[in-house]
Design a binder for this molecule. Structure first.
Ligand code: 5GP
Length: 183
């Protein structure tokens, strides 16, 4: 299925049904891995809000949820600057932290966040990301433990992810149609 957002063409990449199934499996794994612990899920706004909402419903162990907000892409280009716009609202000392991301691309945002969180001396830090672009990762990040889907290096939108602020409400995930450059 093809759609248009802000005059740009996108086509279907991952259906919500697949996302739901994968999320259920990750939830089961988290329940096993964090049995007898009370982890803190830290959702990275804005993109992770739908994924975190679905994921947390699959988590049956006792847990807490909080959010951070970092500056991210403008349009399709990374602005290069990472800023904490909404800081950590909780004391994370001796806590088991699970960072919940929508997508890991170069890994720069995640590196920045892991370093910030580590300053508070948590017991453990793990990352759960819905999407990962393995080819784009600039360095291996050992904290990435739970991955929904590995995707090619293409710009995606939907299920929380935006294009120019639009498309976060789409249930499925779409990829930008390739447009050959004119030069
Ligand atoms: P990184 O720092 O890993 O390069 O980028 C992470 C952030 O960039 C994500 O949290 C997301 O906000 C944004 N991003 C990276 N790739 C995409 C993409 O394909 N689509 C959208 N909508 N955002 C992306």
């Amino acid at each position: 299925m093809n759609i248009q957002i802000d005059n740009k063409d996108f086509n279907l990449l991952i259906e919500y049904d697949q996302i739901k199934k994968r999320t259920r499996l990750i939830g089961i794994q988290l329940n096993v891995d964090y049995d007898n612990r009370v982890p803190v899920f830290i959702g990275v706004l804005n993109g992770s809000f739908l994924f975190l909402a679905d994921l947390i419903k699959e988590v049956t162990i006792s847990s807490e949820v909080t959010f951070v907000k970092v500056s991210s892409y403008e349009g399709e280009k990374n602005s290069g600057k990472i800023k904490l716009e909404l800081g950590l609202q909780m004391d994370l000392k001796d806590r088991d932290v699970i960072i919940v991301e929508d997508i890991v691309d170069t890994g720069a945002t995640l590196r920045f966040l892991i370093d910030k969180i580590s300053e508070q001396h948590p017991s453990s830090v793990a990352v759960c990301t819905l999407l990962l672009k393995p080819k784009m990762l600039k360095e291996a990040i050992k904290e990435i433990t739970y991955v929904g889907f590995e995707i090619p290096d293409e710009f995606v939108v939907g299920y929380g992810l935006d294009y120019n602020g639009l498309g976060r409400n789409l249930k499925d995930i779409y990829r930008a149609e390739y447009v050959p450059s004119e030069t």
